[in-house]
Write a protein that binds this ligand. Structure first.
Ligand code: ITT
Length: 197
């Protein structure tokens, strides 16, 4: 099975490849081609995932899998949500986003710091596929008071897992894959695709 991974986020590429390559699938990162990124004009993870997968399928002629994901913080009415990558502004780093979120929550007590990661995967067999496979995974946690851990990417250092007494950035790749929004969505995707073949 051959597909293009419609993302330019290296953290996502590592996690998506980690599960798909061992299945013997030929996974090609979108960076092998030279097209400009899709414009993420949707207002939901689902819309943006479909836009990115369709754009990559159009430019490569291959089936495409896109991941639109982000962090929804209850005390911020679901922000940063679909804007998680650019929360602190265009061109910002993961560290800028973490700093902005910690300062937005500086007066919020631990009991009110609930958050959830969401990952929507969209798979289009070709650019005009009318029945894409859409999978959604969710992961619940607490926004920590300060960053901890070096693994993962994005908001992982401040995503505290009360059951495990650590942040997402203190988990191994394998442990994160078992628990995470992306791991859950990916396992659903693999099952649905295999059932549809
Ligand atoms: P592509 O659109 O090229 O895939 P992106 O990083 O711009 O890359 P999104 O718009 O989907 O992708 O933004 C997702 C952001 O949500 C990501 O940049 C992180 O800040 C955050 N995020 C998603 N999954 C995460 C995870 O597993 N751990 C930590 N942060 C995550």
């Amino acid at each position: 099975h051959e597909l293009v991974l419609a993302t330019s986020n290296k953290g996502k590429v590592a996690e998506l490849e980690g599960l798909l390559k061992p299945l013997g699938w030929q996974v090609k990162p979108q960076s092998q081609w030279n097209f400009a990124e899709a414009e993420e004009t949707g207002l939901t993870f689902v819309e943006n995932a479909i836009l990115k997968a369709r754009h990559a399928a159009q430019h490569t002629g291959l089936p495409a899998l896109a991941d639109d994901s982000g962090l929804a913080v209850a005390a911020l009415q679901g922000a940063p949500g679909i804007y998680s990558a650019r929360y602190a502004g265009p061109g910002c780093t993961d560290q800028d986003n973490i700093n902005k979120l910690l300062s937005a929550l500086k007066d919020t007590p631990e009991a009110e710091r609930h958050a959830s990661f969401h990952c929507v995967l969209a798979y289009l067999r070709h650019a005009s596929d009318p029945t894409p496979i859409i999978c959604h995974g969710r992961w619940d946690g607490i926004i920590a008071a300060a960053p901890r851990g070096e693994q993962g990417f994005g908001y992982d250092p401040i995503f505290w897992l009360p059951d495990r007494h650590c942040t997402a950035a203190q988990l191994s790749t394998e442990q994160k894959q078992q628990l995470s929004h992306r791991g859950k969505a990916l396992r659903q995707f693999v099952a649905q695709l295999q059932a549809s073949l």
